[in-house]
Design a protein around this ligand. Sequence first.
Ligand SMILES: Nc1ncnc2c1ncn2[C@@H]1O[C@H](COP(=O)(O)OP(=O)(O)OP(=O)(O)O)[C@@H](O)[C@H]1O
Ligand SMILES: [Mg+2]
Length: 155
Amino acid sequence: MEWVWKTEADTANAARALGEALAQRNEPFLIFLEGELGAGKTAFVRALARGLGIPEEIPIQSPTFSIFREYPESQPSLLHGDLYRLGSEDELEELGLEERLESWLVVLEWAERFEDAIGKPDLLLRLGHIDHSPDARSVSAAGTEWAVNTLRELS
Ligand SMILES: Nc1ncnc2c1ncn2[C@@H]1O[C@H](COP(=O)(O)OP(=O)(O)OP(=O)(O)O)[C@@H](O)[C@H]1O
Ligand SMILES: [Mg+2]
């Protein structure tokens, strides 16, 4: 399914609402965020975290250099990963991803390369720039029916 978020506020509103829905559900969940540098993947996670109930005082920073950042303040707890600089599947194992997948909300940027090791996401969201519009993003969503329909309805 494909649509457009015209402004960063559109992205944030949808992400926050999805976070609220995931908090109500309170089950493990896996999201892959795809899209080029600056597409808005981290911006999406920032708003998702607020919807989950992670307080504003806790900054959601890009995990570009740390690979993973963990936020146990929500239910389910949030693991935000950016695998851009990850070298190998072995490194992924050392980071303890597998046990997190069993009970956390895991949101990963740049995970495409490791899909074989990680498994299929419940929601795969691809964000893209749209020509001539600095703030609009194309959105394409795939995954479980619940995830795709929920996000679509909340957008
Ligand atoms: N509709 C929109 N949705 C998301 N971000 C937007 C939108 N419009 C403008 N932006 C801006 O685009 C930038 C997105 O940056 P962000 O760090 O979220 O990208 P990213 O996809 O995580 O990139 P990277 O691959 O480098 O981690 C931010 O500066 C944000 O303010
Ligand atoms: Mg990012």
